[in-house]
Design a protein. Sequence first.
Length: 346
Amino acid sequence: MSLLILGIESSCDETGVALVRADGSAVPRLLAHALHSQIEMHQAYGGVVPELASRDHIRRVLPLTEAVLHETGLRLDAVDVVAYTRGPGLAGALLVGAGVACALGAALDIPVLGVHHLEGHLLSPFLSSDPPEFPFIALLVSGGHTQLMRVDGVGRYAILGETIDDAAGEAFDKSAKLMGLGYPGGPALSRLAEQGDAKAFKLPRPLLHSGDLDFSFAGLKTAVLTQAKKLGDELAARKADLAASTQAAIVEVLVKKTLAALDQSGMRRVVVAGGVGANRLLREQLNAACAKRQVRVHYPELALCTDNGAMIAMAAAMRLQSGQQQANRDYAFDVKPRWPLDAICT
């Protein structure tokens, strides 16, 4: 049976809406997606302001919905299921998406489905032109989350290692802030790093030789702060070198831990998902290392690495197709700002 799924993402500072078609016999197809980023609005404050984020989601979600319907030539009453991000994320922002989704569901008398934001990222490479096949090792590097897991199917996730303090994305953002690079810090640091010498500063690679698959980047952030203070007035002239050295330290840990997970599991396929998955150096080094081992690497399309409605619609479609979950007509919604991914594992 064919299902048309409308996905709504509103967990933080991007409003995303998408339409995905699931016919039960193949990987669901993305028909259209629209995205609005709040970066420009939050730049003045140096970070996300939750109240402003929520208010902006209210303004954007319905026009974006109209945009994807217009692009596909479909009517709203053609939608079979409305999926939305239930968590984790900012409570107020999540409530906007959940409220709109459940209101649409009630008005159309169709079921709704709350989706885990990180599962959306995890399954987003299935939206690419080269989708993976189960099983695989996944490196999930999204915002405040850095995790390695074994993925045997939809909902069948075993966490092998995760961050015990700052995640990779936080290390990028916080280090960028220490260098005065503004918001959003991670992409700014990566761009600046292309002009610098990655060997200029000897920065730590936390837990690189720990013997497990956990991550810790808080010590790296402290080392960057110490180095910035040592440079003093020279920081402006050496900022690109410090950015390059910081990025090199983060990427080396991510790559070597991922290779260790492959060695321990015997897997021949790896998926990288989440915003940090767009990092050019990470892709280059992981691709090169995996090519030597004849391991396939899969990524989301670059445009779908950040938060987006397409990954929410895709995760819902794959859950419904696999029988892992049923959509329902209970429109009394709630959200889960803190929701560990292993809570949805089978």
